[in-house]
Design a protein around this ligand. Structure first.
Ligand code: GDP
Length: 731
């Protein structure tokens, strides 16, 4: 029991938490698959006293299928299954945040990366920089995340940290130097020389937990001196403060060197390289020291948020960017970045960006404005959960039983104002696919799963098609949906069949188009009579404004004068317009960016009715769209990274898919291409890329906008959409 308490010094953490933001580290470990991320993380937990023994991961069979990560994790018996695991290293609280396995979930990646302050980039000591290393590196650049490198697998035959360091510099174009060199190689690898301390460290005991310090072995002295010089030269060059000391010939201490490395690492101008063998339990502790020494505390990172402002004249809600301060005295602002249902129940992982939170406080969901009282909060250890009473800026914790979707910002509104960490606008899903349940009895379970996925990820939606009665799931890309389909099988044991994916088109009017439609049926029985006159036009002014937010609106304006059309019929026309917006006249996909102006009409004393006006409006809109309706398709921003020699097949493939290349660059050994490509043309691309590059290529795509389908293709596409609908109805 005593030893248990020693390993869980949580009360101390809770009491000093508010004064010690500078000690907290929120870090992630990222790597190309199979580099040893899991093995490394397991050691981290072990050395921090979070787990009693090391569980070996099973040898991977190189399952490249990125979708298998969840199953793989389970099979491997990995301890880290939670979104954020708490540990302590040398009196520093560290939150180890799980980084997503794949890059296609734009929103998830964004969320996971924004809650990290720093990262350990793991590379294999034999293979070095692989395609995914590059992708992960680029993402960290994009989110301005300082990082250190850990070159792993130094026990393997052919591992060579010097060559890998050169490769990192060359392939990624980074400024980086080794902080250590290995003692011994292959299976004789036993320790490291620390080039700052100029001491040797050996990792002994059953699991490498006993660190023995010694003198630098004589036969390595020459190599170590040279490597230290290379490190110092680089740092003196980069860091003005150290450079000055050097010029003045003042003595340079270990602390001076570390401080200079830290400054340059935080500025992302320098990457310190650590190394070892996670599997053979060597070097991980020194990498953890480097996390403390060189990666930022929460108050050393700039975090921006959006604040809602209402334009006083137009009353439109807009967003202004503000900077948050990792200070417990500021108003509370926190981001729910991951929902998780595990054996402890429904947990919502949150990062506190500003202020503090106590058990019993009331927080406000910035999406729904719903207030909730915080009844229970906790920190997640490797396999235990610890209740806590309060939490402060910069830290990560979990809420219990709170109903929200991930990406939700919580504040204590009375003080914080309407602040949100992510833009409040969630993009519309761009791709849909129908789901067929193999076992009809599971439909209730399916509904439950759908609701949960949608809560976790608002870019995943579902609905039942009113015509075909099929369940349709929608999301941001093919892989995005495939992963959810896979999760249905694995987590909910629901077997399904997926239909062919269809992209989510939109309709709009391309130019001002007049309408004058008479709906008249006066033969026998109650008659119908209604004439509607006016025009439809694109909303250019609003479209400009809403571009950033992906919100495309429609608008109805009545400019009727006099008594020609009584008010109740105007209401009917307006209602029909908005109904038609939901189901556009060309294909049934929603209409966007369209304004209907109603100028005049004609009625009949007996035969006019709201119903007749609705029918007239429907036909009027339909006729206008037949004349100048545009079908819009989702356009994706695609980024492809391939080995340099794959340049031409990739260019050809993108051109064949009607992509517009927006940028190309060569970075070291890689060729990177950015393009705008219609989503409808991207089907099957991942398979093709894999084929071309034998798994050495990577790509990611993100929704950009909707653009008109080319004029010569529109009729054909409409025909296809209608055929898919009819086929679905018949099956
Ligand atoms: P991940 O896919 O990045 O999480 O990688 P894993 O931690 O699952 O490791 C992939 C494979 O590499 C497993 O078979 C590990 O046992 C092995 N591995 C991990 N670290 C090392 C290491 O330091 N040396 C050696 N020889 N193998 C390692």
């Amino acid at each position: 029991m005593l030893s248990f308490l020693r390993k869980q010094p949580l009360l101390r953490v809770a009491s000093r938490m508010f004064s010690d933001i500078s000690k907290i580290r929120n870090i992630g470990v990222s790597a190309h698959i199979d580099s040893g991320k899991t093995t490394f993380s397991e050691r981290v937990l072990y050395y921090a006293g979070k787990i009693d023994r090391i569980h070996e991961v099973k040898g991977s069979d190189g399952v490249g299928a990125t979708m298998d990560f969840m199953e793989l994790e389970r099979e491997k018996g990995i301890t880290i299954q939670s979104a954020a695991t708490f540990l302590e290293w040398k009196d520093h609280p560290i939150n180890l945040i799980d980084t997503p396995g794949h890059v296609d979930f734009t929103i998830e990646v964004e969320r996971a990366l924004r809650v990290l302050d720093g990262a350990v980039l793991l590379v294999c000591g034999v293979s070095g920089v692989q395609a995914q290393t590059y992708t992960v590196y680029k993402q960290m650049e994009r989110y301005k995340i300082p990082r250190i490198v850990f070159i792993n697998k130094l026990d393997r035959l052919g591992a060579n940290p010097i060559a890998i360091t050169a490769m990192l510099k060359q392939k990624l174009g980074v400024v980086a130097e080794m902080l250590q060199i290995p003692i011994g190689e292959d299976d004789q690898f036993i320790g490291l020389v620390d080039l700052i301390k100029m001491k040797a460290f050996y990792f002994e005991g059953i699991s490498g937990e006993e660190i023995r310090e010694g003198e630098v072995p004589a036969k390595l002295m020459d190599q170590a001196t040279k490597a230290r010089q290379a490190l110092l030269d680089k740092i003196v060059d980069l860091d003005e403060t150290l450079g000055e000391k050097f010029l003045m010939e003042e003595p340079i201490t270990e602390q001076d060197i570390k401080a200079a490395i830290r400054r340059q690492c935080l500025l992302r101008k320098f990457i310190p390289i650590t190394m070892g063998s996670a599997y053979k339990n060597k070097g991980v502790q020194l990498a953890l020291d480097a996390v403390l020494d060189y990666l930022p505390a929460p108050n050393e990172k700039v975090n921006m948020a959006f604040q809602k402002v209402v334009d006083p004249t137009t009353k439109k809600v807009e967003e202004a960017q503000i900077e948050l301060k990792a200070d417990t005295k500021m108003p509370f602002v926190s981001l729910a970045f991951k929902l998780e249902e595990n054996r402890f129940g429904q947990l919502t992982y949150c990062r506190v960006y500003q202020g503090k939170l106590k058990k019993g406080d009331t927080i406000v969901n910035m999406r729904t404005n719903v207030k909730v009282r915080v009844a229970r909060m906790a920190k997640m250890h490797a396999n235990k959960l610890e209740d806590i009473d309060e939490i402060g800026a910069g830290d990560i914790f979990a809420l219990f039983g709170i109903d929200c979707s991930s990406g939700t910002t919580f504040t204590k509104m009375d003080k914080g104002g309407e602040i949100s960490l992510s833009s409040m606008f969630v993009p519309d899903p761009v791709l849909s696919v129908s789901i067929k349940l193999k076992d009809k009895k599971k439909s209730e379970k399916l509904q439950k799963a759908m609701k949960r996925f949608n809560r976790e990820d608002p870019t995943f939606t579902f609905n039942v098609d009113s015509e075909s009665e099929e369940l349709i799931i929608s999301g941001m890309g093919e892989l995005h949906l495939q992963i959810y389909a896979e999760r249905l099988k694995r987590e909910f044991e629901i077997d399904i069949e997926l239909g062919a994916p269809t992209v989510n088109y939109r309709e709009t009017i391309s130019a001002k188009t007049a309408y004058n439609y008479l709906h008249k049926k006066q033969s026998g029985g109650a008659g119908q009579f209604a004439r509607v006159i006016g025009y439809l036009e694109p909303i250019n002014d609003l479209a400009e404004k809403s571009k950033d937010t992906d919100i495309f609106v429609n608008q109805f304006i009545s400019k009727t004068v006099g008594e020609n059309v009584p008010n109740e019929y105007i209401v009917a026309v307006e209602k029909q317009f908005y109904d038609s917006c939901a189901k556009g006249p060309l294909t049934g996909y929603p209409m966007i960016n369209t304004r209907m102006v109603f100028t005049d009409g004609e009625t009949h004393v007996v035969d006019s009715s709201a119903n007749a006006f609705q029918t007239a409006t429907r036909y009027a809109i339909s006729a206008a769209f037949q004349k100048s309706g545009n079908l819009l398709e989702p356009i994706m921003a695609v980024e492809i990274t391939v080995p340099k020699d794959m340049y031409s097949p990739i260019m050809n493939s993108v051109t064949k898919r009607k992509g517009l290349v927006t940028n190309t660059e060569t970075q070291g050994e890689f060729f990177i291409l950015q393009a705008k490509v219609p989503l409808a043309n991207m089907f099957g691309f991942s398979g093709e890329l894999r084929g071309f590059t034998q798994g050495q290529g990577e790509f990611s795509m993100e929704y950009l906008t909707h653009e008109p389908v080319s004029a010569d293709e529109q009729a054909e596409v409409i025909k296809k959409i209608k055929k898919v609908r009819t086929d679905a109805k018949q099956t």
